[in-house]
Design a protein around this ligand. Structure first.
Ligand SMILES: Cc1cc2nc3c(=O)[nH]c(=O)nc-3n(C[C@H](O)[C@H](O)[C@H](O)COP(=O)(O)OP(=O)(O)OC[C@H]3O[C@@H](n4cnc5c(N)ncnc54)[C@H](O)[C@@H]3O)c2cc1C
Length: 453
């Protein structure tokens, strides 16, 4: 009866770990099981707060011996709630957040549980960056493994393009390295294939010099929003290499459209032509664009952790013609109250470079990522909110780039066909073979799962 989880077996696990265990009833338990998305409310049997590779190997071995479902927790932001499972074992890396910077070699080494705030604070102390995500409490590993879109995508490409090495504990407990010289196919898989192959202890990134940007946000309201969206589209379609730009479309309580544009400009001018065009668009009610430190740009967007319910669904699209803009403007009022928002991320610039490091990401050719993000508080609204996101995503689908979505934003209910479309059949097949090599029993399946083949 080895696989019956008893108090004594959990006590034994605690004694063998350098880190700590959190169990139901412990004072920390409710905080430790909480993720970003309040829609997900799961109660793991045990949370192993690991502090080194041995801990992770022991936790993986224990979970397999007692047939416990394994979840891996980095920053806890995945909207699908992959970092926590009912009755399972959580490998919690939140105690492993060190980021070491070799400024001379322009390399950063981040522990597997580091957040972007940890990373940006460490690298900016040397005036260096890697393009990361826009909310600094997000985990570095989780974001990178899905691709990584943010304030510097046009200038430097995807986050995973800067990943040059990783140290992983794979489910059989061995430590595996990935770099250009060692297991390069694994490095390829980590650049977009998610947390499918192992638990990352350390990630190594190439850094670039950058300290100041012209950023902030522009807010538009009312009838001008349609024209402001068109202006945004024209600006990014010119593909400025020194301007990344994301937008969030919402409505206020009176269902009047409100558009926020978040430009991040790194060129030589104070007020370049692209920003002048955006500022001249109709409906502008707020303009706080300014030159500021990159860390201030990274702090622009913040969202409460674990307080609101989220259901996101989206498509990479080939283009955003007026018909699609009008569809989005219809969808944002369709619920009769604010549904959350619609985010548009432009993928122009460096993420399209032919000499980008090879990786599994399948969306380089898309023009934009359009995400329909239902956000609410009242559980009674669950089905309506979820239906809004699904119906809105269906309305965007005719413009879809490849039928797939962004693995970093997907919920857990996406069918495997959608995941295959996200990568393309050939890449998906290659990822499945990689999964077969490193995780043949699919122990790490709480992710956008690539089943072994
Ligand atoms: C508010 C918010 C803002 C976001 N902003 C951006 C953005 O700007 N750009 C973008 O591209 N994405 C963004 N995302 C999406 C985010 O990158 C993904 O959801 C990502 O999976 C979150 O990683 P995490 O470590 O925080 O999450 P967790 O929920 O802790 O982990 C998610 C999954 O990542 C994997 N994982 C995490 N750490 C490790 C590790 N060390 N080793 C192996 N696997 C690991 C596991 O499979 C885990 O299940 C955002 C999400 C939220 C909620």
């Amino acid at each position: 009866m080895e696989n019956v989880l008893s108090k004594s077996s959990v006590d034994e696990l605690q004694r063998s770990l350098s880190g700590s265990l959190i169990r139901p009833g412990d004072a920390e338990y409710d905080r430790a099981r909480r993720g970003f998305n309040a829609l997900i409310d799961r109660r793991p049997a045990v949370i192993a707060r690991c502090v080194n590779a041995d801990d992770v190997a022991i936790a993986l071995g224990f979970a397999q011996a007692y047939e416990l479902d394994v979840a891996v927790r980095g920053g806890g932001h995945n909207p699908a709630g992959h970092c926590v499972s009912d009755g399972g074992l959580v490998i919690d890396l939140s105690g492993m957040r060190r980021v070491a910077v070799d400024a001379k070699e322009r390399i950063a080494r981040a522990d597997g549980g580091a957040t972007w705030l940890d990373f940006d604070s460490a690298t900016q102390a040397h005036g260096l960056i890697t393009p990361g995500g826009v909310v600094v409490s997000t985990g570095v590993a989780g974001l990178t493994f899905g691709g990584g879109i943010g304030h510097l995508t046009a200038q430097y490409g995807l986050t995973c393009d800067h990943l040059i090495g990783a140290e992983l504990v794979v489910p059989d407990g061995t430590v595996v390295h990935a770099s250009a010289g060692e297991n390069p196919d694994l490095l390829w898989g980590l650049r977009g294939g998610g947390g499918n192959f192992g638990v990352a202890m350390r990630l190594e990134f190439r850094l670039q010099p950058l300290q100041y940007v012209v950023g902030g946000h522009l807010v538009y309201r009312g009838e001008g929003v349609r024209e402001a969206l068109r202006c945004y589209r024209e600006v990014v379609t010119r593909s400025p290499r020194d301007l990344s730009c994301q937008v969030a479309l919402g409505v206020d309580q009176s269902l009047i459209p409100v558009l926020e544009i978040f430009p991040c400009y790194t060129g030589p001018e104070e007020n370049p032509e692209e920003l002048r065009s955006l500022r001249a668009a109709p409906g502008l009610i707020e303009d706080n664009l300014r030159r500021h430190a990159f860390l201030d740009q990274q702090r622009l967007i913040d969202t409460a952790y674990g307080e609101k319910r989220h259901y996101w669904k989206g498509h990479f699209v080939r283009e955003i013609p007026d018909e699609l803009l009008d569809e989005l403007l219809r969808r944002i009022v369709a619920l009769g109250r604010p549904p959350g928002g619609i985010m548009i991320e432009s993928l122009h610039g460096a993420s399209k470079d032919a000499d980008a490091p090879p990786g599994a990401v399948g969306f380089r050719g898309a023009a934009f990522n359009v995400s329909l993000m239902a956000v609410w508080k009242d559980p009674a609204l669950d089905s309506e909110q979820i239906a809004w996101a699904r119906e809105s995503a269906a309305a965007v689908e005719p413009w879809s780039f490849n039928g797939g979505g962004y693995v970093n934003y997907m919920q857990a209910d996406e069918p495997i066909e959608r995941l295959r479309a996200t990568f393309g059949a050939e890449t998906f097949d290659r990822l499945q073979k990689l999964k077969q090599r490193y995780d043949p029993r699919n122990i790490l399946h709480r992710n956008q799962n690539i089943p072994p083949n």
